[in-house]
Design a protein around this ligand. Structure first.
Ligand SMILES: [Zn+2]
Length: 304
């Protein structure tokens, strides 16, 4: 999701109802970090913003995502309760501020920030929300990832632990990374998958595309077995069965809206046709969210 401006507040309110919140909506003093042991020294941390995965090795810690900036101290304290070892790597799953807000502070603490290179480019340039036109300002140099990769995969290691990073092209954004800790059978998807029970968001103005979300879901189902613990960008810990249901929703959304797009229907015509009315009952919190999902899927096909 998005951060830090009045417009973004409006955007997040409109967009997400139940997935993520703009920073201004949150009284961070009241947020408590909940830690869940996923086994083999791997943990899920929930607070305010995207979910965080923490993997503890023999000489340091790998962390995936860092929530909103004001969560730094609370996340750090929660991690210190797990282990006194230093956080050596902070991996960004994508550029949105509810996942990268802690970059500068954790970097200052000594962590190397690792990401697909488009995250760096988006943070440097600033971004615009395709649905609302809301702008997010360029980020300062200390908030940028310093160890980036472009395509394929990358391995990040601390003593005895290995994170396998995989880039999926054009899914939630154009810089998504999913992370697999195979020794714990834990898969962190970032926002390419959500488990709030609602439609997710596709940041189509910044390279997001429904077809990439389906490719991501295919990759997760292939990488998972029935014991895999799937950490979604937002929402509760999930499993392979949750991914299968999610993928069905994505495929139905793609098929119906792509057909209308290919017939030359305009965005307004597709909205009026309510092509996902049967899905909306389950996946949309309200009419606005239903419309936003149709728009985000439709605009995926405008990319090319
Ligand atoms: Zn996001």
């Amino acid at each position: 999701m998005y951060r830090n401006t009045f417009a973004a507040l409006a955007a997040a309110t409109v967009l997400s109802a139940g997935t993520a919140f703009a920073q201004q909506n949150i009284d961070f003093s009241k947020v408590e970090v909940k830690t869940t042991d996923l086994g083999n020294k791997t943990y899920l941390l929930e607070g305010a913003g995207g979910n965080v995965t923490v993997a503890v090795g023999t000489d340091g810690i790998i962390m995936v995502d860092s929530q909103f900036a004001p969560m730094h101290d609370k996340l750090k304290a929660a991690i210190e309760k797990i282990s006194p070892l230093p956080i050596k790597y902070l991996i960004n799953t994508h550029y949105h501020g509810d996942h990268t807000g802690g970059n500068a502070a954790f970097h200052k603490d000594g962590a190397t920030v690792v990401a697909q290179d488009n995250i760096r480019a988006r943070l440097v340039a600033g971004t615009t929300n395709g649905l609302t036109g809301a702008k997010t300002a360029p980020q300062p140099a200390d908030a940028l990832p310093t160890d980036t990769y472009f395509g394929g995969s990358k391995t990040v290691q601390v003593g005895g632990r290995k994170a396998l990073l995989n880039h999926v092209y054009n899914a939630h954004t154009d810089g998504d990374t999913w992370v697999f800790f195979d020794d714990a059978n834990v898969l962190d998807t970032g926002d390419t998958f959500g488990n709030t029970g609602r439609y997710n968001t596709i940041d189509f103005a910044n390279g997001g595309d429904i077809r990439g979300l389906i490719r991501a879901a295919d990759a997760y189902i292939k990488a998972s077995n029935d014991q895999t613990k799937v950490v979604p960008g937002h929402g509760a810990l999930a499993n392979k069965a949750t991914l299968v249901t999610w993928r069905e929703m994505l495929v139905t959304s793609r098929d119906r809206i792509q057909k209308l797009f290919n017939e030359g229907k305009s965005e307004q015509e597709v909205l009026a046709a309510k092509p996902l009315a049967d899905l909306d009952a389950k996946w949309a919190a309200n009419e606005q969210q239903a419309q936003n999902w149709v728009r985000m899927v439709y605009n995926s096909f405008k990319r090319s």
